[in-house]
Design a protein around this ligand. Structure first.
Ligand SMILES: Nc1nc2c(ncn2[C@@H]2O[C@H](COP(=O)(O)OP(=O)(O)OP(=O)(O)O)[C@@H](O)[C@H]2O)c(=O)[nH]1
Length: 203
């Protein structure tokens, strides 16, 4: 039987508790949003297959608990990730300041060369904004990574963010082949299987 995908990429979301990591993953994998806040216990994942550069990419997206007490469990998952998404909340300055600590944690625990992406979530809450876009742009430039403002609530930039990270990993892993094929880069993302989700939890 033919394989249902060409590549499997493991992604990991990190960031302070309450910034919206779980909601971003649920929006991406199930196109859903819930206002109720249930803090993640340990670690969890969902799957969505997307189409990038004509390849079926199965994204296994791991959700980590932002609470300090789960750090030992969550940092154990950094090593296997090919892409790590750092999330802060645009209405919570502390969550943005802490991005530096999360960066440090990546350095200490993840594989060298892991792709990183910075997301400022809850951009639907403009009236409560505490972190300016320019501040995050500057931080992202300093670290040489991409940055998006997203809203899990309105869907703004959610697909674009995951797609851009997956595309960067794809280009990195198969860059030479893609260059030889002379294919122009594109961020085209189509849903192949939104219902193909899995859950697991570790207490
Ligand atoms: N307005 C708005 N609220 C959001 C958004 N994303 C998440 N929320 C709300 O923020 C709260 C926390 O969201 P979660 O996704 O559970 O946060 P988390 O980062 O996974 O938190 P931990 O599991 O504790 O690490 C919930 O009440 C969500 O409804 C968003 O884009 N806009």
């Amino acid at each position: 039987m033919a394989k249902a995908y060409d590549h499997l990429f493991k992604l990991l979301l990190i960031g302070d508790s309450g910034v919206g990591k779980t909601c971003l993953i649920i929006r991406f994998a199930e196109d859903n949003f819930n206002n109720t806040y249930i803090s993640t216990i340990g670690i969890d994942f969902k799957i969505r297959t997307v189409d990038i550069e004509g390849k079926k990419i199965k994204l296994q997206v791991w959700d980590t608990a932002g609470q300090e007490r789960f750090k030992t469990i969550t940092t154990a998952y950094y090593r296997g990730a090919m892409g790590i998404i750092l999330v802060y909340d645009i209405t919570d300055e502390k969550s943005f300041e802490n991005i530096q600590n999360w960066m440090k944690s990546i350095k200490e625990n993840a594989s060298a060369g892991v792709e990183r992406l910075l997301l400022g979530n809850k951009c639907d809450m403009e009236a409560k904004r505490k972190v300016q876009k320019e501040q995050a742009d500057k931080l992202a430039r300093e670290h040489g990574i991409r940055f998006f403002e997203t809203s899990a609530k309105s869907s703004m930039n959610v697909d674009e963010a995951f797609s851009s990270l997956a595309r960067d990993i794809l280009l990195k892993s198969g860059g030479r082949r893609l260059k030889n094929n002379n294919k122009p880069p594109s961020t085209d993302l189509k849903t192949c299987d939104k219902k193909n989700t899995n859950k697991c939890s570790l207490a």
